[in-house]
Ligand binder design. Structure first.
Ligand code: TYM
Length: 348
């Protein structure tokens, strides 16, 4: 059979970028695939690569588990689990650290953006020495982040990984690591994992700056729709979303990033093609009607998810037992792979 794995950071509640970039596929794959084992992980070890308040982290993990189930992750069909409850992720990560060249990690765009933002901070304090030694204060965990992500995938010998576009580089690295490991031990232990990426929603953009991606780490909450946002919040955020001065509605992500992003979201909410979304607004002049229809479409999608989130918030015993059972299943599978790996490298 085939194995699918994906992961999400425990940020509390996902945003619309997470939803249409990845979670929507997580849910659909459960229906469309036969003879497939599916693992969905809340990657709490990854969360520690930035400072966390322990109480907040515990709550965010629980909220994420609830949100994933409310979005349609069906624990009868998929194994939903917390990464840190399966110690084999960290154990395999160490083995992979020992074969991964530092140069591969220093070329990761996420890492490079951390270096440039720490340079900016240093520049603010006009501290030439800090600028020169730009990586000095950055943490090992942040640097090795993609190796742990590779371990997440490879510990289940996963074949396919549903993700948004921002994770494609990390997936390519996982393939490189897998093939290097296989060559090193002279055995095909790891399949080379392939990504599953949606068409028009692979990169949902910020509502404020449509040239950067919608992100949890943006300080401005107006830049994103959280799955828990009220209808009023959704209307206000969409009404103020950055577009342009052209009155018509057309799809052209490079010259009209704002409008195109909204069209992609609209099409996803209505489950139609982007070109059909464009057609339904051909007679509309100005962005007001379009934005109102879009806000309504989002509210329609989020309504049932939010009622399910509310229901699950009162079922904490159930949520605990789901995560407990998920961890047991994930550990069983992970332990088998780790045995083979330890044997192949000579630890067993
Ligand atoms: P994370 O938690 O940032 O995001 C979870 C998923 O949402 C997608 N995504 C987006 N898609 C489209 N538009 C956006 N604006 C947008 N923002 C986020 C991400 O691509 C991702 O699929 N490193 C990963 C978590 C991870 C993982 C893994 C993923 C850890 N181990 C193993 C797959 C397999 C991350 O930080 O995703």
């Amino acid at each position: 059979g085939t194995t699918i794995l994906s992961g999400i950071q425990p940020t509390g509640v996902p945003h619309l970028g997470n939803y249409y970039g990845a979670l929507d596929n997580w849910v659909k794959l459960q229906r469309t695939r036969r003879n497939t084992t599916i693992f969905y992980s809340i990657v709490d070890l990854h969360a520690l690569t930035i400072p966390q308040d322990p109480k907040v982290l515990r709550q965010s993990k629980r909220d994420m588990a609830i949100a994933l189930m409310a979005c349609g992750v069906d624990v009868k069909q998929s194994v939903l689990f917390e990464q840190s409850r399966v110690p084999q992720h960290a154990e395999l990560c160490w083995i992979l650290n020992c074969i991964t060249p530092v140069g591969w990690l220093s070329r990761m765009t996420q890492w490079k953006s951390k270096i440039s933002s720490s340079n900016r901070d240093a520049a603010k304090h006009s501290d030439a020495i800090t600028i020169a030694a730009s990586t000095e204060g950055l943490r090992m965990g942040l640097f090795a982040y993609p190796v742990l992500q590779a371990a997440d995938i490879l510990i289940y010998q996963a074949d396919e990984v549903p993700i948004g576009e921002d994770q494609v580089q990390h997936l390519e690295l996982a393939r490189e690591i897998a093939s290097t490991f296989n060559k090193t031990v002279g055995e095909e232990i790891f399949p080379l994992p392939k990504s599953i990426i949606p068409q028009s929603t692979k990169r949902i953009m910020s509502l404020r700056e449509p040239t950067s991606k919608m992100s949890k780490s943006d300080d401005n909450d107006m830049s994103r729709i959280n799955l828990s946002d009220t209808p009023e919040q959704i209307k206000a955020k969409i009404a103020r979303a950055t577009t342009d001065s052209e009155r018509s509605i057309s799809y052209d992500p490079s010259s009209r990033p704002g409008v195109s992003n909204l069209l992609a979201i609209y099409a996803a909410c209505k489950n139609i093609l982007v070109e059909d979304a464009v057609k339904s607004f051909t007679n509309v002049s100005g962005h007001k009607q379009f934005k109102e229809d879009l806000a309504d479409a989002i509210i329609q999608v989020l309504g049932p998810i939010q009622s399910e989130m509310n229901r699950l918030h009162n079922e904490s015993g159930y949520v605990d037992s789901v995560l407990e059972k998920g961890a047991v299943k994930a550990r069983n599978r992970a332990a088998e792979t780790l045995d083979r790996v330890y044997h192949a490298v000579g630890l067993r």
